[in-house]
Design a protein around this ligand. Structure first.
Ligand code: CU
Length: 502
């Protein structure tokens, strides 16, 4: 005779099976990146076109399919990354101390997954900074390998940029100084150690760095606990819940993690929320849509858009951010609305996060029609061409893999440059420039959509596409890198050096 406990257990198992199928469906990458034959001995691999089906066979790397969870999907709350408190403040700066160490996270319920963390959190803690006020972070490396911390989107001196060749040795510490002399923006910090950033970020070394400023605060956007960072990535989980890292194995990374766990729910008041969406995946692209309604996009990588942009879908390549507002007063209290991922523009939406709507008391927040005045896009002093291409197992920019001793691009300080970047591969890439913000001029001659027309530091470049972008190099001098932010690609050489000088 079945006991109540057994019935519950059976229900839980059914839920687990549902989760497993969810994970499989979530596995269709938005823009498969493909695996060149012979790369790291991986056979199979993803298709090279959005319209193709994902390869469904398990990757030939000795691991098996992800374990079944004992929980039904959307029965676990979305973890919220804690905001880090400064250890000290003075007239000059806010001081933080972060320890990098290996620890364990409960990615799947009841299972311990070894992860690399900043200050013990997976994903990392959030730093909230204010424009005009310096932040100084002491990073202590208790991992068994060198690390380098890069503030993605930060206008920082070259020595503070987390240069791949200037790492923190195991047991060592280093202080990074961030001036925050730039507009409010959703930045993030992550590892950038030479050849290893891919695995380090995959294992957890990533956190939000939200920069606020006065003009943004005066807009009256949703703030405080209604301003929520959401980090989205994919992963391959082994039988014991462990993170399986196989370089360039996008088809294997079938589990989507939202703030560190698969299929969470988030309880929202029936009012407006601001979400900082970050694609922190190594290689996965995320095309996102609500199960009902639109996003109001208010910002991109490096700051607010000029005006809110209503859009049904967002499309983020690795490293890109979308700053959005969702008004839950439009939905039925007691009901839910899902954040979904789509493999293609009109594919079946697969829920990855469920918003449960509860009553709200009062919502004083607004989304003004005018958000920011963007600097004009200047005429270029110099125009350059770049080609992203794989040759065998070499991932190259203009035919060359990364060499830290070589200057690939000498930039004159103060110049505005136009870069015509062509993806000469059948797989997707993107491009991230350290230090500078840029504007997308066009994509294959077509103007960018409004969500991509603001301040950017990372841009997706589809197979065969040419993207023109313009940047003005009028802040710091020195050597910085630019690279494909599909981190498995940058780790395998798709990175180069620019030297900004007078
Ligand atoms: Cu790439």
């Amino acid at each position: 005779m079945p006991t109540r406990r057994n019935v519950l257990k059976a229900g839980a198992v059914a839920g687990g099976l549902l989760l497993a199928s969810q994970l499989t469906r979530s596995g269709s990458p938005g823009a498969p990146t493909g695996v060149p034959a012979g790369a790291n001995g991986i056979s199979g691999g993803g298709s090279h076109d959005e319209s193709h089906e994902t390869h469904e066979d398990p990757p030939d790397d000795g691991s098996s399919s992800p374990p079944h969870s004992t929980l039904a999907p959307f029965s676990r709350p979305m973890p919220l990354s804690p905001t880090l408190r400064p250890v000290r403040r003075d007239a000059e700066a806010d001081y933080y101390r972060i320890t990098m160490a290996e620890t364990e996270a409960e990615i799947l319920p009841g299972m311990s997954t070894p992860v690399f963390t900043y200050e013990g959190y997976f994903p990392g803690p959030t730093i909230r900074a204010h424009a005009g006020r310096r932040v100084i972070v002491e990073q202590l490396n208790l991992l068994d390998r060198p690390t380098a911390v890069h503030l993605h989107g930060g206008v920082v001196a070259a020595r503070d940029d987390g240069n791949p060749m200037d790492p923190i040795p195991p047991g060592g510490a280093r202080t990074y100084s961030y001036p925050n002399e730039q507009a409010a923006a959703p930045l993030w910090f992550h590892d950038h150690a030479h050849h290893a950033e891919s695995e380090h970020v995959y294992r957890g070394l990533a956190g939000f760095y939200l920069l606020h400023d006065g003009p943004e605060r005066r807009l009256g956007l949703p703030g405080g606990k209604f301003d929520v960072p959401i980090m989205i990535r994919d992963a391959q989980l082994g039988q014991h819940g462990e993170l399986v890292y196989v370089a360039n194995n996008q088809p294997g990374r079938t589990t989507v993690l939202v703030n560190g766990v698969p299929d969470p729910y988030f309880t929202v008041d029936a009012r407006k929320y601001r979400f900082r969406l970050l694609n922190a995946a190594n290689m996965g692209f995320f095309r996102l849509q609500l199960s009902d309604g639109e996003f109001v996009q208010i910002g991109s990588d490096r700051g607010l858009l000029a005006a809110p942009y209503r859009t049904r879908q967002l499309y983020l390549s690795p490293g890109e951010r979308a700053d959005v507002v969702v008004d839950f007063s439009r939905y039925r209290v007691g009901g839910h609305v899902d954040l979904c991922r789509l493999a293609t523009v009109d594919a079946e939406p697969v829920p990855i996060l469920r918003f449960m709507v509860v009553p709200a008391t009062h919502d004083p927040s607004v989304v003004p029609d005018h958000l920011a005045t963007l600097p004009p896009v200047r005429e270029p002093d110099v125009t350059r061409d770049f080609s992203l291409r794989t040759e065998g197992t070499a991932f190259t920019i203009n035919g060359r893999t990364y060499d830290h001793t070589r200057v690939d691009t000498a930039v004159r300080w103060g110049d505005t440059e136009e870069w015509r970047v062509t993806n000469d591969d059948p797989m997707a890439h993107n491009l991230h420039l350290h230090l500078v913000e840029f504007r997308v001029v066009d994509r294959d001659g077509r103007p960018p959509d409004p969500g991509e027309a603001g301040l950017k530091d990372t841009v997706r470049i589809g197979p065969g596409e040419t993207v023109r972008l313009r940047a003005t190099f009028d802040t710091f001098e020195g050597r910085y890198v630019y690279h494909c932010h599909l981190l498995d690609h940058s780790s395998m050489g798709m990175m180069a050096v620019m030297d900004i000088g007078r």
